[in-house]
Design a protein around this ligand. Structure first.
Ligand SMILES: *Cc1c(COP(=O)(O)O)cnc(C)c1O
Length: 317
């Protein structure tokens, strides 16, 4: 990511604002983001059609609304308004490359207020940045099973895309990196496989795709949902959602992580057990191909998962 380059605008407090004017006072740092929620959305640029396709925008905005509800944030924009704002922002920034879109909702005026922050003003920021896809680039990860436990439903709600939740995954990632791994697989409080920091997990065993079900303290990933459907409908593969034991990872044929940021990232080693042949497996490869074609608009089906940004007729709201 080019850190010196930034887009011209963000969408903040209900309007488009020039990048340099979107500032807050330093003393606002602190409690304001403890209660904040967000979404991470990707737009994929396709050279052939000169089009940026936002992947499953409506599902992401629905989840933002539900995250707000879960943590009692009063959101004063509808999903339709946020959809419109997002598309307008991307057009204003003239994004002609793979783009990451991050709407966040946070409480304004929280300085010094640590306790219950209900019934306050919630503000929305939407910002974008360049984020090239790493699909089909050969990226693969070596991971460990973390000594940190994934948060559970009665601790911090795993199904909200809550900034605070990320401390849990950060600790696991830092430990893994210091120990020489790329990332970590976290077990839940029942000691079964949950997910990686910021990405869900899928494994292949005897031709079946197996992934932890939503009761395993996972964030209900939109990418995970898309891949389950593509595996079933396009590849004809049986998909099972169930609890996974740690040792199943050690005998899996293929493992990969999935999520908006992770896309599909092959995992070739877990705790020094080589996964399959130690390279991206055949089912992962096929799924990655279909997913790639859907994301960039080269597969005509699943068009309802893509919102073209630059088409004049794209916005039906
Ligand atoms: C965002 C996120 C994911 C991936 O979800 P997507 O909807 O596919 O982007 C997985 N785990 C956590 C903790 C997340 O925050």
């Amino acid at each position: 990511m080019a850190s010196s380059k930034h887009p011209s605008f963000v969408w903040w407090r209900g309007e488009r604002v020039a990048w340099d004017d979107a500032t807050v006072h330093v003393t606002d740092l602190g409690w304001s983001t403890v209660g904040a929620v967000f979404e991470g959305i990707r737009g994929y640029w396709d050279d052939r059609s000169e089009q940026l396709y936002v992947f499953r925008l409506d599902e992401h905005l629905e989840r933002l609304v539900s995250s707000c509800r879960l943590v009692r944030l009063p959101l004063r924009y509808s999903a339709a308004e946020l959809r419109e704002a997002t598309l307008e922002l991307i057009r204003a920034n003239d994004s002609r490359e793979d783009t990451y879109i991050r709407p966040m909702v946070y409480l304004a005026d929280t300085s010094g207020k640590r306790g219950a922050q209900i019934e306050q003003n919630a503000e929305v920021l939407i910002n974008t940045n360049t984020m090239p896809s790493h699909l089909q680039t050969g990226m693969a990860q070596r991971v460990c099973v973390s000594s940190w436990t994934r948060i559970s439903d009665n601790v911090m709600p795993p199904r909200a895309k809550n900034f605070s939740n990320y401390r849990n995954g950060q600790l696991a990632t830092m430990e893994a990196r210091l120990d020489g791994y790329d990332s970590a697989i976290m077990l839940n409080d029942r000691r079964q496989v949950s997910e990686l920091p910021g990405a869900c997990l899928m494994m292949v065993h005897r031709g079946k795709l197996i992934t932890p079900d939503p009761q395993q303290s996972i964030l209900e990933s939109i990418t995970r949902d898309a891949l389950i459907r593509l595996a079933r409908e396009e590849l004809g593969i049986e998909v099972v959602e169930r609890a996974i034991d740690r040792t199943e990872l050690y005998v899996a044929d293929e493992i990969f992580s999935c999520g908006t940021a992770a896309e599909i990232t092959p995992i070739v080693d877990v705790d020094h057990y080589q996964v399959g042949d130690g390279v991206k497996g055949p089912i992962t490869t096929r799924l990655e191909q279909v997913f790639h074609d859907v994301l960039r608009g080269r597969e005509q089906r699943y068009a309802h998962w893509r919102t073209p940004v630059h088409a004049a007729v794209a916005v039906g709201v």
